[in-house]
Ligand binder design. Structure first.
Ligand SMILES: [Zn+2]
Length: 422
């Protein structure tokens, strides 16, 4: 069975691509009401269009929303192999400084904490990054300690560009048609708002936005947001006896009644939670926002029933108040959709295994663009990109793990080419 191994020069090109992309500031902005939320994401978009054209993708383009798409035509008879998409997001997390990234490249990593030039007193600690110990001898990229790296998800972009480059320079390798998509605003939850699945023209895709070697994620949370609005009754506090109804105390009573066993800080793995994350209010009115998260719709409904119970008890304890709860659906577990046509996952598992890597299949305690895309008709599990400590000034990536991701993507195209749409 054929396995893929990038040569030293190809790895060097992969590294240079990655370093080029992380130096471009593409932070999204959750306060912004424009789309994309920041214009600067298009700076990277324009560069990617140009590079895709140089790699022979004649139709490479960026639309007005900032989505970059391109096609690598297949070299097998038409219709024999379905179109397969590879996706990564261009924006970086807005909650950590993300401009002026100064990547630090450590060749032949010898082990131990990694000194960061911008924060001499705070090296990147092995204790909190145990996967560093698995990367001895690797080329590691960190920041200078003052910004995030943006390997989330520019590692994914560099991997996909290298996949296209490799297939173009190895035309003897049979593969079906590939569609490439680079998206804005994933970090602020809007990555798929204007994504045109019909125009993308694929039923199967992979986001390359996971973390450690071998990771493949085909399940995400089902997510709702609950907004509880409490209306009380204000009076002069000196003459309030028997008349004041305090919305602040009612909000507190609701939070107090939430089940302790189902909070983010008390759950892990496949457990569900109800998370009061925002509270704003006065005696007259208070608004409490909660995130509801579970892996099944049934459990999501249970957590919402917990909230309804807390609300009705609070209502009973404070006669005269008015409490209104609105539930807004956010996204659903992509595993439910993928299970309807699981080859997109099965082929990836087979590809990773063929490359001699043990697939690390885990449910995401969150959502990805794939969570929404899978419900929009594009089944999209998430594949590893080799990056670690996302969203932090200690974010780092192993070049060898990035290369392994390219090799797994190549192998995925081979499994598809062999099996076709079966
Ligand atoms: Zn990401």
């Amino acid at each position: 069975m054929k396995t893929f191994t990038l040569e030293a020069l190809e790895k060097q090109v992969l590294l240079e691509r990655f370093l080029r992309y992380v130096r471009i500031d593409t932070q999204s902005d959750d306060e912004s009401s424009t789309f994309p939320t920041t214009e600067k994401q298009k700076d990277l978009g324009r560069l990617l269009v140009q590079e895709l054209e140089e790699l022979g993708c004649d139709d490479a383009a960026m639309d007005r929303w900032g989505y970059v798409t391109a096609t690598l035509p297949g070299n097998l008879p038409a219709e024999q192999v379905p179109v397969v998409g590879f996706l990564a997001h261009m924006d970086t997390y807005p909650g950590t400084p993300g401009g002026g990234v100064k990547p630090q490249v450590i060749r032949d990593y010898p082990g131990g904490d990694i000194a960061l030039p911008g924060t001499p007193d705070q090296p990147l600690p092995v204790a909190k990054n145990p996967n560093l110990a698995r990367c001895l001898g690797h080329t590691i990229v960190t920041t200078d300690g003052t910004t995030l790296l943006g390997a989330d998800d520019k590692a994914g972009i560099a991997i996909i560009m290298t996949l296209v480059d490799w297939l173009r320079t190895h035309p003897e390798t049979p593969h079906g048609p590939l569609r490439i998509g680079f998206t804005p605003d994933e970090e602020v939850g809007h990555g798929t708002d204007h994504f045109d699945v019909a125009a993308f023209g694929a039923r199967y895709a992979y986001t390359v936005d996971g973390a450690e070697l071998g990771e493949i994620e085909d399940e995400s949370f089902c997510a709702d947001t609950a907004i509880v609005t409490i209306t009380g009754h204000e009076t002069h506090p000196g003459h309030a006896k028997g008349t004041m109804i305090n919305a602040v105390r009612i909000a507190s009573a609701i939070v107090e009644r939430l089940p302790q066993a189902h909070l983010p800080e008390t759950t892990a793995g496949r457990e569900s939670f109800l998370h009061p994350h925002h509270l704003n209010g006065s005696v007259t009115q208070a608004e409490l926002k909660l995130l509801v998260r579970a892996f099944s719709e049934a459990e999501l409904a249970q957590r919402e029933a917990d909230l309804a119970k807390a609300v009705s008890e609070a209502q009973a304890a404070f006669p005269g108040c008015v409490i209104r709860t609105v539930i807004k659906p956010s996204y659903r577990n992509m595993g439910i959709k993928i299970a309807e046509d699981p080859k997109v996952l099965d082929y990836a598992l087979e590809a990773i295994t063929r490359q001699g890597i043990t697939p690390l299949r885990k449910p995401i305690r969150g959502g990805t663009d794939g969570s929404r895309l899978s419900y929009m008709g594009l089944l999209t599990p998430n594949l590893f990109d080799g990056a670690q400590s996302y969203h932090s000034v200690h974010e780092w990536v192993s070049l060898e793990w990035m290369a392994a991701s390219v090799e797994c993507c190549l192998q995925i195209t081979q499994v598809w080419a062999e099996k076709g749409g079966r």
